[in-house]
Design a protein. Sequence first.
Length: 154
Amino acid sequence: MFDRPDPFSAVVAAAAARLERDFPAPAGAVNRALAHAQAHQAAAVAAELRFPTALDRALLELTGPQGSEDEPWLDAAVLGWAAALLADPDLARRATTVAGLSPAAHRRLTEPGPREQAAAALLRHPDLLDATALPYHDQLLAAVARGPQEAAAR
């Protein structure tokens, strides 16, 4: 029998893949790997904020995101939130903490060095990310503003 993918992991993977496809890394395996790590970390933080409770994840498993036939696990809000986090490392640090994750473990997202920035120049360019991030930016800011106590209580 075929195992169904874990919906949460599938949403993270779909958002990271879309970001990598829409904002490709410069040529080279190291660049691709660094860009992938940043896109995956951003998508993981965004998904943690979007689906913070067991109930949220159970509903995700029952209903799935409203993705397309080509990208059934793509959640537009997770994609938009991840794009916003990539464009703003300070917001990414705050969001990672609110999501209950370690900023140090997500340092490629929260503290990108020159190598990470060069590998993800398009992936982190605020002007390029606007179309993806802006429709969901206020929702992301509201989720981050709730803070760690309120996010855990949800």
